[in-house]
Design a protein around this ligand. Structure first.
Ligand SMILES: [Zn+2]
Length: 308
């Protein structure tokens, strides 16, 4: 904004940044007329709730820190919670969440578990059948395992992979709530940034209260022995690149197998790569790079034998 000296009403040049995102590259100053408005000022406060925006060190994005009370953030958290890779609640989508929120039926994720068919069946475009499906879908989510329930909470920097690592290292959520920095950074792939984010999440009494209510609702906040089945340490410390097309399992299944056996999935080949799990038609550029760096190439069958 400063660099381009943008004014309200300016004619600008736009190109696709990275082929996708519209990027303003210049201003046609000759076209700036009497109509031109004042200089564009970057907003300092959240347009929804009015909180002063913050910016994390080293990041360009500005955030509204009012995580527990800013409406779009609450809705966003509920949408994340119900999404496929989190609690996977059938029949509930962003529009329905938005409607339930506007009508005051839900204020947070724990409220979902109090919804009844009678509460929602009379709503717009709902009806008995959809209402029953939603309530059933919510009830079934109580069986979602610990690692996904953790991911569903939407703790900053705790994505799917990190949630899995945590669920493997802690017996239940109480143990995680009471973990200190040292304990957390001792977990593979959890650095100080993630650890601090987890600590500050649990330091907020509103988050602790929400978890209490989710516990009462019956969510799986402790690890079951069967959740650990299939986990080994066979690939600990190994960085693995997957390339090509496979016959026995899909790429995602192989990624999952690598994680379950303690290995790390990495996107590109480097001197640090332990080996490449290669299927058919591995790209020639990758193959050349692997040979140049002397990285081992392992077939599907060899890999399955290694972890069996
Ligand atoms: Zn806000």
């Amino acid at each position: 904004i400063e660099g381009l000296d943008l004014h309200v009403g300016d004619m600008v040049y736009v190109e696709k940044g990275g082929e996708i995102i519209p990027k303003i590259t210049g201003v046609d100053k000759d076209a700036r007329s009497m109509m031109a408005g004042e200089k564009v000022k970057f907003i300092t406060h959240c347009p929804e709730c009015g909180s002063k925006l913050i910016r994390y060190e080293g990041e360009a994005a500005h955030y509204c820190p009012n995580e527990t009370a800013c409406p779009p953030q609450i809705k966003g958290k509920i949408e994340h919670f119900i999404s496929r890779k989190a609690m996977n609640i059938d029949g509930l989508g962003p529009e329905t969440v938005d409607m339930f929120y506007r009508l005051g039926l839900i204020k947070d994720t724990a409220d979902l578990y109090k919804l009844t068919v009678d509460d929602i069946k009379h709503l717009d475009r709902m009806g008995d059948k959809s209402a029953e499906n939603i309530v059933k879908g919510i009830a079934q989510s109580r069986e979602v395992p610990f690692e996904r329930a953790l991911f569903a909470l939407g703790i900053r920097f705790v994505g799917e992979t990190v949630a899995k690592k945590i669920a493997k290292s802690f017996t239940d959520i109480e143990e995680l709530e009471n973990a200190d920095l040292e304990r957390l950074i001792n977990i593979d792939e959890i650095g100080e940034k993630i650890a601090q984010s987890i600590i500050s999440y649990f330091a907020n009494p509103l988050n602790r209260e929400l978890i209490e209510r989710l516990k009462i609702a019956g969510l799986q906040f402790s690890r079951k022995e069967e959740d650990l089945s299939g986990y080994t340490d066979k690939l600990v410390g190994q960085s693995i690149v997957i390339s090509g097309v496979f016959t026995h399992h899909s790429r995602d299944e192989y990624k999952d197998l690598i994680e379950k056996n303690g290995g790390k999935n990495v996107g590109s080949i480097s001197a640090k790569t332990s080996f490449i799990l290669a299927g058919e038609n591995m790209g020639p550029a990758k193959l050349e790079k692997a040979q140049k760096l002397g990285v081992q190439i392992m077939s599907e069958d060899e890999f399955l034998a290694l972890i069996s």
